[in-house]
Design a protein around this ligand. Structure first.
Ligand SMILES: C[S@@+](CC[C@H](N)C(=O)[O-])C[C@H]1O[C@@H](n2cnc3c(N)ncnc32)[C@H](O)[C@@H]1O
Length: 263
């Protein structure tokens, strides 16, 4: 297994890390234990119930200084979403797709940072409606195209991206409904499909940007990515805070043939 550093390809890479410094080598990630995962189970069940019963009236959250509405059943942008957005450098990035856009937060971050062509997609009808509301409220309709779809299936074969953002559900756990499917990816189906289809839609020098909590599932996800020919590196880290025991990692996945070893 090879752990690459984030910035070998210099300006090609849409991530902030510089030189050969990794935020942390992947083999130093501390994974939560079984007792902690029981806590996470309880927390996620509570959250899913809260999100499902959220009032029809719009909930508003603040994301990177913007007020975004959060509709019933939709994942609100949180510490993980902010970490991924803050781990990116948008300079030289022209085309972005945000897979599993939820409220549209990451797609909106791309547009507000000057990316001219952004696609936002989600498998959840509520999320697509939610992202469209936020895109319209911020007058970004000319830049962000919100589409309903499973993974990258909404794309034409010719559509290519410098950056594929995917804050997909962090756990391989059976999701019984659309709200649970914001946190649990049954059989890692969405991840498998993404890793197999992404190479067809990456522009030269392009990469994937993901964010994950330190669940045991993270290691399985990295194995899937490596088997599919991607080289992962950690480009951002958000340690536990305010009673939340999770550490989040922003992860860049670069096609193997483009990655270089640090001198
Ligand atoms: C963890 S939430 C992240 C939402 C948003 N990106 C954010 O960071 O705030 C995961 C999102 O992925 C969506 N999703 C799950 N499986 C998907 C799939 N196969 N294709 C597209 N979107 C999917 C869910 O509906 C949910 O909105």
């Amino acid at each position: 297994m090879r752990w690459e550093t984030p910035a070998q390809a210099g300006v090609q890479l849409p991530f902030k890390s510089v030189g050969c410094g990794l935020v942390i080598p992947i083999d130093q990630i501390e994974i939560l234990n079984d007792a902690a995962m029981h806590e996470i189970d309880a927390l996620q069940q509570r959250q899913q119930s809260e999100w499902s019963t959220r009032n029809q009236g719009e909930t508003v959250c603040t994301f990177l200084g913007q007020d975004l509405c959060v509709l019933p059943g939709v994942f609100p942008p949180r510490r993980d979403t902010v970490l991924l957005a803050n781990s990116l450098s948008w300079s030289g990035v022209d085309n972005v797709i945000d897979v599993g856009t939820g409220t549209g937060a990451l797609a909106i971050a791309a547009a507000l940072n000057g990316v001219r062509n952004v696609v936002a997609t989600d498998i959840s009808i509520a999320a697509v409606e939610n992202a469209r509301v936020n895109v319209r409220q911020l007058s970004l309709q000319g830049i962000v195209d919100v589409r309903l779809g499973d993974g990258l299936s909404c794309l034409d074969a010719t559509e290519k991206f410098d950056l594929i953002l995917a804050n997909l559900p962090g756990r391989n756990k059976t999701a019984g409904n659309a709200v649970a499917a914001a946190q649990w990816d049954t059989g890692f189906k969405a991840h498998r499909a993404l890793f197999s289809q992404a190479p067809n839609h990456l522009a030269p020098g392009g990469s994937l940007g993901m964010v994950k909590a330190n669940y045991p599932d993270l290691l399985d996800m990295l194995d899937l990515a490596e088997t599919a020919g991607f080289v992962p590196s950690i480009v951002g880290r958000s340690p536990p805070v305010d009673g939340d025991i999770r550490t989040y990692y922003a992860i860049r996945l670069q096609p193997e043939e483009q990655s270089q070893t640090c001198p």
